[in-house]
Ligand binder design. Structure first.
Ligand SMILES: [Zn+2]
Length: 181
Protein backbone atom coordinates (compact mmCIF):
# COMPACT_ATOMS: atom_id res chain seq x y z
CA UNK A 1 0.00 0.00 0.00
CA UNK A 2 1.23 3.51 -0.78
CA UNK A 3 1.58 6.19 1.85
CA UNK A 4 -1.43 7.88 0.28
CA UNK A 5 -3.58 4.75 0.67
CA UNK A 6 -2.50 4.41 4.29
CA UNK A 7 -3.62 7.98 4.95
CA UNK A 8 -7.02 7.22 3.42
CA UNK A 9 -7.32 4.27 5.81
CA UNK A 10 -6.25 6.38 8.81
CA UNK A 11 -8.73 9.14 8.03
CA UNK A 12 -11.50 6.55 7.64
CA UNK A 13 -10.53 4.87 10.91
CA UNK A 14 -10.75 8.23 12.68
CA UNK A 15 -14.44 8.32 11.77
CA UNK A 16 -14.37 10.55 8.72
CA UNK A 17 -16.08 10.17 5.37
CA UNK A 18 -13.04 9.93 3.11
CA UNK A 19 -15.10 10.84 0.03
CA UNK A 20 -16.20 14.19 1.46
CA UNK A 21 -15.16 17.09 -0.77
CA UNK A 22 -12.67 18.71 1.59
CA UNK A 23 -10.86 15.42 2.12
CA UNK A 24 -10.60 14.12 -1.42
CA UNK A 25 -7.01 15.21 -1.99
CA UNK A 26 -5.98 15.10 1.66
CA UNK A 27 -4.29 11.67 1.61
CA UNK A 28 -2.15 12.74 -1.34
CA UNK A 29 -1.23 16.06 0.30
CA UNK A 30 -0.57 14.44 3.68
CA UNK A 31 1.71 11.83 2.09
CA UNK A 32 3.65 14.57 0.31
CA UNK A 33 3.92 16.65 3.48
CA UNK A 34 5.13 13.68 5.52
CA UNK A 35 7.74 12.81 2.91
CA UNK A 36 8.96 16.40 3.05
CA UNK A 37 9.11 16.38 6.84
CA UNK A 38 11.14 13.17 6.71
CA UNK A 39 13.36 14.07 3.77
CA UNK A 40 16.44 13.76 5.94
CA UNK A 41 16.35 10.01 5.32
CA UNK A 42 17.22 10.67 1.66
CA UNK A 43 20.24 12.84 2.53
CA UNK A 44 23.78 12.00 3.57
CA UNK A 45 26.38 14.02 5.41
CA UNK A 46 28.79 13.95 2.43
CA UNK A 47 26.17 15.25 0.07
CA UNK A 48 25.11 18.02 2.49
CA UNK A 49 28.65 19.22 3.15
CA UNK A 50 29.61 18.81 -0.51
CA UNK A 51 33.25 19.72 0.04
CA UNK A 52 32.53 23.10 1.65
CA UNK A 53 35.39 22.74 4.10
CA UNK A 54 38.10 25.41 4.11
CA UNK A 55 41.58 25.71 5.61
CA UNK A 56 41.81 28.25 8.41
CA UNK A 57 44.26 29.35 11.11
CA UNK A 58 41.37 30.44 13.28
CA UNK A 59 41.34 28.52 16.52
CA UNK A 60 38.62 30.66 18.13
CA UNK A 61 35.15 29.34 18.69
CA UNK A 62 32.78 29.41 15.70
CA UNK A 63 29.18 29.77 16.82
CA UNK A 64 26.00 29.50 14.77
CA UNK A 65 23.09 30.64 16.92
CA UNK A 66 19.32 30.38 16.67
CA UNK A 67 19.09 27.85 13.87
CA UNK A 68 15.38 27.20 13.33
CA UNK A 69 14.50 23.61 13.92
CA UNK A 70 11.45 21.60 12.91
CA UNK A 71 11.30 17.92 13.72
CA UNK A 72 8.89 15.09 14.48
CA UNK A 73 8.97 13.17 17.72
CA UNK A 74 9.44 9.48 17.14
CA UNK A 75 6.98 8.54 19.89
CA UNK A 76 3.89 10.37 18.61
CA UNK A 77 4.80 11.62 15.11
CA UNK A 78 3.95 15.11 16.34
CA UNK A 79 6.15 18.15 15.71
CA UNK A 80 8.70 19.63 18.01
CA UNK A 81 9.87 23.09 17.13
CA UNK A 82 12.67 25.23 18.41
CA UNK A 83 16.19 26.50 17.97
CA UNK A 84 19.60 24.92 17.83
CA UNK A 85 22.88 26.59 18.79
CA UNK A 86 26.00 24.92 17.43
CA UNK A 87 29.62 25.84 18.21
CA UNK A 88 32.96 24.28 17.39
CA UNK A 89 36.63 25.02 17.86
CA UNK A 90 38.40 24.58 14.52
CA UNK A 91 41.48 22.45 14.16
CA UNK A 92 42.71 23.78 10.80
CA UNK A 93 39.37 23.53 8.99
CA UNK A 94 36.16 25.52 8.99
CA UNK A 95 32.82 24.62 7.51
CA UNK A 96 30.93 26.80 4.99
CA UNK A 97 28.49 29.03 6.88
CA UNK A 98 25.23 27.54 5.72
CA UNK A 99 26.40 23.98 6.21
CA UNK A 100 25.89 23.86 9.96
CA UNK A 101 22.24 24.77 9.44
CA UNK A 102 21.91 22.15 6.73
CA UNK A 103 23.37 19.47 9.01
CA UNK A 104 20.83 20.43 11.70
CA UNK A 105 18.07 20.20 9.10
CA UNK A 106 19.13 16.81 7.76
CA UNK A 107 18.89 15.19 11.20
CA UNK A 108 15.81 17.16 12.24
CA UNK A 109 13.93 15.95 9.16
CA UNK A 110 13.78 12.42 10.52
CA UNK A 111 11.81 10.86 13.36
CA UNK A 112 13.66 11.95 16.46
CA UNK A 113 13.94 12.45 20.15
CA UNK A 114 15.60 15.71 21.08
CA UNK A 115 18.50 14.07 22.95
CA UNK A 116 19.52 11.93 19.97
CA UNK A 117 19.11 14.81 17.57
CA UNK A 118 21.52 16.94 19.64
CA UNK A 119 24.08 14.15 19.72
CA UNK A 120 23.84 13.35 16.01
CA UNK A 121 24.40 17.01 15.09
CA UNK A 122 27.41 17.29 17.43
CA UNK A 123 29.00 14.09 16.15
CA UNK A 124 28.44 15.05 12.52
CA UNK A 125 30.12 18.45 12.99
CA UNK A 126 32.95 16.72 14.83
CA UNK A 127 33.34 14.12 12.10
CA UNK A 128 33.29 16.58 9.23
CA UNK A 129 35.58 19.27 10.69
CA UNK A 130 37.86 17.26 13.00
CA UNK A 131 37.21 20.10 15.49
CA UNK A 132 38.89 20.31 18.90
CA UNK A 133 35.46 20.51 20.44
CA UNK A 134 31.79 20.77 19.52
CA UNK A 135 28.82 22.04 21.53
CA UNK A 136 25.15 21.74 20.67
CA UNK A 137 22.22 23.13 22.63
CA UNK A 138 18.64 22.64 21.47
CA UNK A 139 15.61 24.36 23.01
CA UNK A 140 12.30 23.08 21.70
CA UNK A 141 8.59 22.87 22.40
CA UNK A 142 6.93 19.53 21.87
CA UNK A 143 3.41 19.34 20.47
CA UNK A 144 2.98 15.94 22.11
CA UNK A 145 3.32 17.76 25.44
CA UNK A 146 1.34 20.84 24.46
CA UNK A 147 -1.60 19.36 22.53
CA UNK A 148 -2.16 16.13 24.41
CA UNK A 149 -1.26 14.31 27.63
CA UNK A 150 -0.26 16.79 30.28
CA UNK A 151 -1.03 19.80 28.03
CA UNK A 152 1.77 21.90 29.40
CA UNK A 153 1.50 24.82 27.01
CA UNK A 154 4.65 26.68 27.86
CA UNK A 155 7.13 24.02 28.76
CA UNK A 156 10.20 23.84 26.62
CA UNK A 157 12.89 21.24 26.75
CA UNK A 158 16.60 21.98 26.64
CA UNK A 159 19.22 19.40 25.71
CA UNK A 160 22.94 19.81 25.30
CA UNK A 161 25.89 17.79 24.09
CA UNK A 162 29.49 18.84 24.71
CA UNK A 163 32.42 17.15 23.00
CA UNK A 164 36.19 17.66 23.35
CA UNK A 165 37.25 21.06 24.71
CA UNK A 166 33.69 22.00 25.57
CA UNK A 167 33.56 18.97 27.82
CA UNK A 168 37.03 19.32 29.29
CA UNK A 169 37.23 23.08 29.82
CA UNK A 170 34.73 24.83 32.08
CA UNK A 171 35.91 28.20 30.68
CA UNK A 172 35.17 27.21 27.07
CA UNK A 173 31.80 25.82 28.06
CA UNK A 174 30.81 28.91 29.99
CA UNK A 175 31.96 31.20 27.14
CA UNK A 176 29.65 29.25 24.83
CA UNK A 177 26.73 29.31 27.26
CA UNK A 178 27.08 33.05 27.84
CA UNK A 179 27.23 33.70 24.07
CA UNK A 180 23.96 31.88 23.48
CA UNK A 181 22.39 33.65 26.44
ZN1 LIG B 1 6.24 12.79 21.57
Amino acid sequence: MSLEQHYTAIIGQLGEDTSREGLIDTPKRAAKAMQYLCRGYQQTLDEIVNGALFSSDNSEMVLVKNIELYSLCEHHLLPFIGKAHVAYIPNGKVLGLSKVARIVDMYARRLQIQENLSRQIAEAVQQVTGALGVAVVIEAQHMCMMMRGVEKQNSSMVTSVMLGEFRESAATRSEFLSLIG
